[in-house]
Design a protein around this ligand. Sequence first.
Ligand code: SF4
Length: 328
Amino acid sequence: MLSSEDQHALLNWYDQHQRDLPWRHTRNPWHILLSEILLQQTQVSRGLVYWTRMVEAFPTVVSMAKAPVDAVLKAWEGAGYYSRARRLHALSQRVMLPSHEGGFDGELPSTYDELLSLPGIGPYTAAAVASIAFGQPVACVDGNIRRVMARTTAQLEPSASAVQAWANGVLVGERAGDWNQALMELGATVCTPKRVKCEVCPISRGCAGKDEPEAYPLPKRQRVKEVVLTAWVELAQDGTLVLTQRPMNGLFAGLWGPIYRDGVAVPDSDHVHCGTVKHALSHRKMTVHVVLLAGRNEPLGVDVNEVAISTLDEKVIALANEHAQASE
Ligand code: SF4
């Protein structure tokens, strides 16, 4: 456990050294919720770009609820993990429902349990929004906090419940939002996975792991699956591409792109093999063979600027377009 001196020192450090991020200048719960959902699987530098874009496109929960899900996916384009955008849209519609239908009459709820009941909101986001936007005394747990806990208590593999119990125990309830952010900020900038900066750490005095910080915690084993696919890219007679919208579940759900098939295409006279595109997702390494179909059967295609497309498909389309232009 951290001493009250440590708690004081960490909050002081946070007050002086926190990164200047726009969502830290607002108490608008919707804007804070957007930042928390974006930052779950996106680096802060990229999160900044997408947060600004989302706040401009959907400044209120009402504005998102009124928009079609395709508009939300378009604004989210490039941020990855598109299920977050779809769930955010579902969340906004749920918030707009009257309370007798399970909604919140257009106002984001303020308690942990109510937030947790919304689509796409897990324990971390519920605790972050409840504490940061509404000052509720609830403790967050994320990867940064787990690392700080493992090191300060010198535990190699702390269980999820042990980390939560530690976070609950060290929480400074009267500044819960700042406290949660201070712990996460420490993990993101000082108590980092590698090149740990114990020499500037405000809580080093009582830290049990500081002599060998990188030994804690043991890295989680992650299996990465290798996937080989072929993207069949077809030009329409109007010069645009024939794209289809993917189903609303599965990889890149709801986004637009060419048709994919498992495995490598066998070359024949009806298509040109343009090359391969490599793309990494958190648990998948993808190699996509890009094939451009000969002939233009469809009269009209899709304007890629008008629909939401994954970063992988942007690379696939760029490669296919290069070949199409070279052969004209
Ligand atoms: S002293 Fe080092 S290992 Fe301990 S919490 Fe601070 S940065 Fe992390």
